[in-house]
Ligand binder design. Structure first.
Ligand code: PLP
Length: 383
């Protein structure tokens, strides 16, 4: 059966080989330490689970939800934006619920990308920016994130004719996979760029709450941000809710309405009981998120100093729960990832899976309690 061209045109899945090896090594009974997947290992806080339990038994929540989300959920999201960033968004027109931010990121292209449009995406980057674009006939222009630029794209290096055809610009800070954070001045430059070239600025803030220094800004709190931008928020990483599939987008009402128009045609929103639980998360005591941040900070310090002691020095992550580690000379990302897996039974992700500019790096997650043990195993590789 012939698949649609959009499927045939998907880029090769560069994690396939690692996935295959992982299954092979696990099948031999090896005790793997998995630092590959970015999925919190600690559970969703109890008060959120309790709220779901209660809301799930209410028959009012058993019916179709509205695609845009309960007004009370959008109000909670707006209040959270106000509390965290001092940004006032109208819950009725400037917030929409998402079935996880991934859904909104993919549907953004359905709403705004026509065949032939250019979308500016970070490289390395979360693959959905490219795939959403390609599924809708657009072309991506990859902006390399290089260490010497603090893993920020050089917007000034984008050729004028590319900028003229660009419809969307994707940014993501704190950044997956480089773990970099962006200064306010960079967001200000990005807003100017979007204004100048009439580009929609999409900020993926999935890791907004996982940071180790100053609180990263919302693009909407910067002057001009609300006129050009939409920001994607996720409850997945902030509240250990990856499996729950809930997030929201906030920003310019026309952008929210465009996304909403897609959603009303292709999905029927988030289970209302999950939205009720999400309200409990957003309005709950922020001390839980503070503790999570402290846990990742402690793990970050253990992993980074451990890696340094075995010849794998890297920059100290400013945010996210990833560590982005340069590969020693003479090895490729895939080569090192294969050795980590087959010789040390530690799963890591080769950086080129996030784009060509990720070659020369591997990504490790902090979502495991076994980081010291992982370092000791990797020591055996004698890199
Ligand atoms: N954006 C980035 C950069 C991510 O790494 C992820 C998940 O790993 C997402 C968005 C999607 O998160 P979710 O759909 O769980 O909200």
């Amino acid at each position: 059966m012939k698949k649609a061209e959009r499927i045939q045109k998907l880029p090769p899945y560069l994690f396939a080989e690692i996935d295959r090896l992982k299954r092979e090594v696990a099948a031999r009974g090896a005790d793997l330490i998995d630092l590959g997947i970015g999925d919190p290992d600690t559970p969703t806080p109890g008060h959120i689970v309790a709220r779901l339990r209660e809301a799930a038994s209410d028959p009012a929540n058993h019916r179709y939800p509205d695609y845009e989300g309960l007004l009370s959920f959008r109000q909670a999201a707006a209040a959270w934006m106000k509390g965290r960033y001092g940004v006032s968004v109208d819950p009725a027109t400037e917030v929409v619920s998402l079935i996880g931010s991934k859904e909104g990121i993919a549907n953004m292209a359905v709403a705004f990308v026509d065949p032939g449009d250019v979308v500016l995406v970070p490289d390395p980057g979360y693959p959905v920016y490219h795939i959403g674009t390609s599924f809708n006939g657009g072309t991506t222009y990859r902006m390399p994130l290089r260490r010497e630029n603090g893993f920020l794209p050089d917007l000034g290096a984008i050729p004028d004719e590319v900028a003229r055809r660009a419809k969307l610009l994707w940014l993501n800070y704190p950044n997956n996979p480089t773990a970099a954070v962006a200064p306010r001045s960079f967001f200000a430059d990005a807003i100017r760029f979007a204004e100048r070239h009439d580009v929609i600025l999409c900020h993926d803030a999935a890791y907004a709450e996982i940071y180790f220094g100053e609180r990263p800004p919302s693009i909407l709190e910067l002057p001009g941000g609300r006129e050009v931008a939409i920001e994607f928020h996720s409850l997945s990483k902030t509240f250990n809710m990856t499996g729950w599939r809930v997030g929201f987008a906030a920003g310019h009402p026309e952008l929210i309405a465009g996304l909403g128009q897609v959603k009303t045609n292709v999905d029927s929103g988030v289970f209302q009981a999950v939205q009720e639980a999400a309200i409990a998360a957003l309005t709950g005591d922020p001390a839980g998120v503070d503790r999570l941040r402290a846990l990742y900070r402690e793990r970050r310090d253990v992993l980074v100093s451990g890696l340094e002691s075995i010849g794998l020095a890297c920059d100290l992550p400013g945010g996210t729960f990833y560590v982005w580690v340069p590969v020693p000379r003479g090895l490729t990302a895939a080569g090192l990832a294969t050795r980590c897996l087959t010789e040390a039974h530690v799963v890591v992700t080769p950086g080129n899976g996030f784009g060509d500019a990720g070659e020369g790096y591997i990504r490790l997650t902090l979502c495991s309690e076994r980081l010291r043990e992982a370092v000791e195993r990797l020591r055996g590789l004698r890199l």
